[in-house]
Write a protein of this length. Sequence first.
Length: 280
Amino acid sequence: MANIIDGKLISDQIKQELKEKVSQLKNQNIAIQLAVIQVGNDPASSVYVSNKKKACAFVGIDSISYELSSDTTEEELLELIYELNESSSVNGILVQLPLPKSISEERILLAIDPKKDVDGFHPYNVGSMCIGKATYLPCTPAGVIQLLKRSNIDIEGKDCVILGRSNIVGKPMSLLMLQENATVTICHSKTKNLKEVCKKADILIVAIGKPKMITAEYVKEDAVVIDVGIHRDENNKLCGDVDFDAVFASCQAITPVPGGVGPMTIAMLLQNCIDSAWNK
Ligand code: NDP
């Protein structure tokens, strides 16, 4: 039976460490402020935003909310971002995605000052990550690296298969695993012989957005399985891209959903906010 990689526990440890850092910064009169922008009232986004604000409060980061109506125009949102870019008290700007279809996500993410881009989505920060320069790392992939390291799972020299090539998870995940000296394979919807490719992985990282698609047939015995997916199943219970019950029996270690990658994403956001204040 597999070890459960407890993302809740590890993220709590990180948050405790960050709380101490924030208090040290406060002793030096350095305050940290995160601006959180939500456009519309998508229920899942509201839950994510509320969890991020709670986590900020826990470590002592001041969060200011901008809850904008769904008919906000791209120009109005851009104006708010320019204002926050100029603000001397705001260290980090987070725009909760997805945005309404009438607004170009690309234009909005490009407008955020890279020095305040605590999600790590701005092309400047993505480029810096590609060449291995320390910057704001995208929160979910950075969280996965922390999960592995803090669970004492060796990455160097391991065969790592990443399922999914999105800009926010799969692609940056592959770069970070490469930086940790894994041998990386990236799969996507056009990959042939997916099961065979996945079965070669020592570390299988799944971010495909397909509930419970990855069954035991995709997983090598003794593999480490990281499940990034988040969904509601037919009983309205949270589940991942991996069929946890089917895979648990044979792999070496696995992240649960909930309580795996999700809490780590938030912890890494806090880390980036603190770095932004520190860099300033
Ligand atoms: P996207 O939909 O942007 O990307 C999905 C990727 O999976 C694509 O590259 C796609 O390939 C690939 N894919 C889809 N179906 C298959 C298939 N049948 N076989 C092989 N590859 C496939 O998703 P995201 O990366 O944004 O998110 C992935 C999951 O992670 C979602 O469930 C999301 O909710 C969750 N998530 C969780 C976070 C957390 O904090 N825990 C944070 C962010 C996301 P192609 O490129 O060819 O279309």
